[in-house]
Write a protein that binds this ligand. Structure first.
Ligand SMILES: Cc1ncc(COP(=O)(O)O)c(C=O)c1O
Length: 443
């Protein structure tokens, strides 16, 4: 019985028992009845190297025996020192200062606070506002939730932190503007950031938070030129560009960081999940000397931290995880196989319920529609009945763990472990074909 357990983001039905997942190996997980599922979501966008890797378990055990816990409050420990060096080497451009956190939302929270204090220390104390994109998810803490662009996720907790504003995302499939010209759409979308900065007053805006590929809404990659223009806008208005790579780093898009794939230079990177392949909780905010410099003088301190940020066991697991990914060439594996992953998923476009297949690397969203010709989406009742009531349950029944999500338009999200190959892509496609085919008949 799981009746004492309160699940996250879950509608609890009295008497109903959730699946209990007891074991994982490679790309598969098993429930308490011994049934096997393909993990099409890498746990929660995290398990890059797959499940059941003894190297990571051994690294955690060895560190726990050596030094099970110590904080990063005025003291350092070897795994944090070494991991900071590894991240600094891997991060794009001049990003080389690593502030560890316990997870992704913590990193986002840290980035907003850092941006605020940085501008206070450098003589621009009015700069405190932040801009992010519609339907983007950045976490659940009050600050990170304020940055999140999903109204339904926020309304129960309002009023939130003031000063967070939204601009359009890069959903080209439903672009109201330039729907035949991706680059023009990208310029238009980037210019909405400049407009928001102007509307709010450039001397009040501190940072823009963007994912390399936006997850919520179903994987919106940036149009060509989008991030170049965003970078120019941020420079023009002296606004920090935060690349929220909680999902997109550590090989998810075939590179250490998504910013590398799309060739832009962030001022701050936030990351988590894949850093430890989810085997231990850890996040980080990575910045440059320029952002740390004001904190090195006049007795200034970044007045922020937590008990578990940079936990030694998590850092040791992260180091072993980075070693493993390097040894197995997983970033290159993703680059080598991403086209066949896409091609396999695109076969589903022959189903009338599949409107769009989009994403990059091993990170895809499949948007479901009621009518492909008009792109008509589900009504709230259809979403409830078809997406939640059928697709979600049937995919799992059929042996595919992934996510059917309607925080924006209805999408099936896929983000498998980076070790996956064609056999896994085929299995995903076959299960989706069967379930989505049957779902179409319910509309
Ligand atoms: C882009 C992004 N930012 C922040 C978060 C929050 O991370 P966490 O759940 O570790 O707090 C997530 C979680 O999925 C995310 O996808």
């Amino acid at each position: 019985m799981t009746s004492d357990l309160w699940l996250h983001f879950t509608r609890h039905t009295p008497g109903a028992e959730p699946p209990v997942i007891v074991r994982g190996e490679g790309a598969y997980i098993w429930d308490q009845n011994g049934k096997r599922y393909l993990d099409g979501l890498a746990g929660l966008f995290a398990v890059q190297v797959g499940h059941g890797r003894p190297e990571l378990a051994d690294a955690a055990a060895a560190q726990a025996r050596q030094l099970g816990y110590f904080p990063l409050w005025s003291y350092a420990h070897p795994p944090a020192v070494e991991l900071a060096g590894r991240l600094a080497d891997a991060a794009p451009g001049d990003l080389n200062k690593v502030f560890f956190t316990a997870g992704g939302g913590d990193a986002v929270e840290s980035a907003w606070k850092l941006a605020k204090q940085y501008f206070k220390l450098t003589g621009r104390p009015r700069k405190h506002k932040v801009i992010s994109r519609f339907s983007a998810y950045h976490g659940t803490h009050h600050g990170a939730l304020s940055i999140t662009g999903i109204p339904a996720a926020k309304q129960e907790f309002e009023p939130l932190v003031p000063g967070a504003f939204r601009v359009p995302n890069t959903n080209f499939y439903r672009a109201p503007e330039h729907d035949d010209d991706l680059e023009a759409f990208g310029r238009w979308a980037a210019d909405r950031i400049a407009e928001a900065i102007e509307f709010e007053g450039p001397d009040t805006v501190a940072a823009v938070f963007l994912e390399p590929v936006q997850n919520t809404g179903g994987c919106f990659p940036p149009p060509p030129g989008y991030f170049d223009r965003v970078r120019e806008i941020c420079d023009r208005y002296d606004v920090l560009l935060v690349s929220d790579e909680v999902i997109c780093a550590f090989g998810r898009l075939g590179y250490a960081f998504g910013a590398e794939r799309y060739r832009y230079q962030p001022d701050i990177i936030t990351c988590a999940k894949g850093m430890t392949s989810g085997y231990a909780p850890l996040g980080a905010m990575i910045v440059s000397d320029r952002l740390m410099e004001p904190f090195l003088r006049d007795g200034n301190t970044f007045l922020h931290g937590s008990t578990y940020g940079g936990h030694p066991m998590s850092c040791a697991v992260a180091l072993a995880n980075l070693d493993l990914m390097e040894r197995e060439g997983l970033y290159d594996h993703v680059l080598l196989h991403e086209a066949t992953f896409r091609n396999t998923l695109e076969k589903l476009l022959d189903l009338p319920i599949v409107g769009d297949v989009r994403g990059a690397g091993y990170f895809y969203g499949i948007e479901l529609v009621k009518d492909r010709a008009t792109k008509q989406t589900f009504s709230p009742a259809e979403s409830e009945r078809v997406l939640r009531g059928f697709v979600s349950r049937e995919l799992f029944e059929a042996g595919l763990y992934c996510r059917a999500d309607d925080r924006a338009e209805p999408v099936v999200q896929l983000c498998p472990p980076l070790i996956c190959d064609q056999s896994h892509f085929d299995e995903i496609e076959q299960i989706l074909r069967d379930v989505l085919g049957r779902a179409a008949a319910l509309l």
